[in-house]
Design a protein around this ligand. Structure first.
Ligand SMILES: Nc1ncnc2c1ncn2[C@@H]1O[C@H](COP(=O)(O)OP(=O)(O)OP(=O)(O)O)[C@@H](O)[C@H]1O
Ligand SMILES: [Mg+2]
Length: 465
């Protein structure tokens, strides 16, 4: 006679199941008449069981919504329910016979202590708002700092570069930016992203020269919690993941060792990454912008750069001209930087014709960045007056006649040596066409040493935020 397991349950077990101190339930029949009420409900409704059984649920609690479940036949799980001045989480479940007719309903209080649920909800809300905050911050931090208006220069090579930038911005294809140090590769990369359709999403910069081989994968692809010793307990998204829906800026691409080039190519081709320590594949949507001051063609022929990666990235090729090839832009650039320097205070600065002549004649191995640095220094020396020839550094004032002048004027040895060092570095950079590794080799010093010295001599200031 028994298809119902309940009929095999001994009555005392069934009673204990219904009336355990951790759950509370009230059962009504199809008419809404209370047929069962657990002990804990007695306390809530402040009625004895005896008084409750056989009465309509609305008599017990005029606000009860159990009758609705009888009408709709639909379960309502996880609703908030006020009882005895306290919020409770309740499930209202219709009970059906074997033919599917609603024969009653049960109301179960799901969480004895809804304060815990509220706490959880609160925590989730806090996390959500933090997430919103960090997403905004991240976007701000990565938001492109420039647009094409900030790229100064009207000379033919600059116009050409700007035209390529506009075309690249209108498409979603990779861009390769090649040019000597300080020629504005960074500013162009940001400008392209800024006017592209992806501008609302971050442009995430990866300095390929600065990532140690052993950290390459975790930096670029991210890692899961506990993926390796020293890994953060929470795991970390990689640069590609951060660039999802935005763009990734592979700066100093030419410095990337061959094995890493292979891995990079793979991600760019497949558009998916696996975090270190995870087997889950993340599908990503990113645009690639790469930049280098290296002579990639020579690197290709020497086997130092992968041809397949080069062809993958070299869809739009943007060449930033060295400053010595766009001398006509020097006054424009100079006044642009002066206006930036003078933005906060004082009247606009002027550059005396003799000083401008020197700026136009100089060879600028550090290119636009060097011009910017020279003007910053000169304007601080000049105070509120015009920038005079004498406010310029010695190598610019003296042009090619540097040696003779040094013979005539004698400075403290420290200064003489500094000037000689700077000049040697500039010559080396010139000879190496801006290739720092090559320049360091010519000078017989280590590349990091060269970087340090360039920084000291203002040949390699980091771009301003
Ligand atoms: N055409 C330009 N108009 C205005 N500012 C420029 C221009 N070119 C360069 N700059 C400025 O010169 C500085 C150096 O530019 P940027 O950092 O883009 O050079 P880079 O080519 O990336 O150099 P590196 O190879 O050393 O990284 C930056 O402060 C940048 O804003
Ligand atoms: Mg750069």
């Amino acid at each position: 006679m028994s298809e119902f397991p309940s009929q095999n349950i001994p009555p005392e077990l069934l009673e204990a199941l219904l009336d355990n101190p951790h759950e509370s339930q009230i059962v009504v029949d199809a008419e809404g008449i209370v047929r069962y009420i657990s002990g804990s409900d007695e306390a809530f409704y402040q009625v004895s069981r005896k008084m409750a059984i056989g009465r309509h649920i609305l008599e017990l609690n005029p606000d009860s919504e159990l009758t609705r479940v009888l009408e709709t036949g639909r379960a309502e799980i996880g609703q908030l329910f006020r009882l005895g001045g306290k919020d409770r989480i309740i499930a209202r479940i219709p009970l059906r016979d074997r033919n599917g007719n609603v024969v009653g309903a049960v109301a179960k209080l799901m969480f004895w202590n809804p304060e815990k649920v509220k706490e959880l909800v609160r925590q989730v809300e806090v996390l959500q708002s933090r997430l919103d905050y960090y997403e905004k911050e991240l976007q701000e931090a990565y938001r492109s700092r420039y647009s094409l208006q900030g790229v100064v220069g009207e000379s033919a090579p600059m116009q050409e570069a700007k035209q390529v930038a506009m075309q690249a911005a209108a498409s979603d294809l990779p861009v390769l930016i090649i040019g000597e140090t300080g020629t504005g590769k960074g500013i162009f990369a940001h400008a392209i992203h800024q006017i592209s359709a992806r501008r609302e999403r971050p442009l995430v910069r990866v300095n390929c020269a600065a990532i140690p081989t052993e950290l390459f994968e975790s930096e670029l692809f991210g890692y899961e919690a506990g993926a390796f010793t020293g890994a953060s307990a929470k795991g970390k998204p990689g640069k590609f993941e951060l660039a999802d829906k935005g763009a990734i800026f592979l700066d100093e691409l030419g410095e990337l060792p061959l094995p890493m080039q292979a891995k990079l190519l793979q991600v760019i081709q497949e558009r998916e990454v696996e975090r270190v320590g995870s087997s889950r594949t993340l599908k990503l949507d990113f645009r690639v912008i790469a930049a280098t001051n290296r002579d990639i063609k020579t690197m290709l022929s020497r086997g130092e750069f992968r041809k397949d990666l080069y062809y993958r990235l070299n869809i739009f090729l943007l060449k930033t001209p060295p400053l010595r090839q766009i001398r006509e832009d020097i006054p424009r650039l100079a006044y642009h930087f002066l206006s930036l320097i003078r933005n906060q205070s004082g009247p606009p600065l002027r550059i005396e014709p003799e000083a401008m002549g020197k700026l136009m004649a100089y060879n600028w191995p550090g290119n636009v960045r060097e011009l910017q640095n020279v003007l910053e220094r000169a304007s601080s020396v000049a105070g509120n007056g015009p920038i005079l020839e004498e406010n310029l550094p010695m190598e610019i004032r003296n042009g090619e006649r540097l040696n003779r002048t040094v013979d005539q004027e004698l400075h403290p040895l420290k200064d003489e040596m500094a000037v000689a060092e700077k000049r040697a570095i500039q010559r080396a950079l010139n000879l190496a066409n801006g290739n720092r590794t090559e320049a360091a080799r010519l000078l017989g010093i280590h590349r990091t040493g060269l970087y340090q010295k360039m920084r000291r001599h203002g040949l390699d200031a980091p771009p301003k935020l």
